[in-house]
Design a protein around this ligand. Structure first.
Ligand SMILES: [Zn+2]
Length: 199
């Protein structure tokens, strides 16, 4: 996907030393790439929504109707909050290394602070925060670039239309000509029931 300034400007940190608030910076090959401050912002917005979905009362989670553009099934029903919780955890597990996922689980999912994580994982404070920044940047990019359903922007995820396109028309097989050689031969005259009686 192509990152644009109109998207990154609102997410960038104004005092960022790398992008100076624009949200984009030049990569090695001369291409514009999102700044790490933008990727971290995306992760934090998604994580904040995850926390809300996980901690809210169960009765607040609602069933939502999702429109389709296909002709076979105009709408489906879903529980968006639960789907988002599952997507958030599964995407993180799929894209992080084993060591990164351990830290992600302790710190973000179980709520352990840096002291507890440092003791549990055997890392010092600096290593812990560097790893947290790296995880935030990695997942921020994945949440935005995921196809076909990115987790960010959240409005598109929770209220956007389904991207399932129209179903292709079924292909009809041409009818085969009847094989007359296997048809049973007519064995006798036609017999009709008597008039006034029904079979
Ligand atoms: Zn920046």
């Amino acid at each position: 996907m192509e990152w644009t300034r109109s998207e990154t400007l609102a997410l960038a940190m104004h005092h960022c030393a790398q992008c100076h608030g624009s949200g984009l910076r030049l990569a090695r090959k001369g291409l514009l790439t999102p700044c790490n401050c933008v990727l971290r912002s995306i992760f934090r917005i998604c994580f904040s929504r995850f926390e809300k979905c996980v901690t809210q009362e169960r009765h607040l989670s609602r069933i939502s109707q999702e429109p389709h553009s296909g002709r076979n099934r105009p709408t489906t029903w879903g529980r968006k909050d639960e789907e988002y919780i599952a997507d958030f955890c599964l995407v993180a597990k799929r894209h992080l290394t084993e060591a990164e996922h351990s830290l992600f689980r302790y710190h973000f999912l179980l709520g352990a602070d840096w002291k507890l994580c440092s003791r549990k994982l055997g890392v010092d404070r600096g290593t812990f925060f560097h790893a947290v920044y790296r995880i935030e940047q990695k997942l921020g990019r994945v949440f935005r670039e995921l196809q076909p359903y990115p987790l960010f922007p959240l409005d598109d995820y929770f209220h956007g239309p389904s991207r399932i396109g129209p179903q292709p028309a079924p292909t009809l097989k041409p009818a085969r000509p009847a094989d007359l050689s296997v048809m049973p031969l007519w064995a006798g005259p036609l017999r009709f029931p008597p008039v006034g009686r029904t079979a």
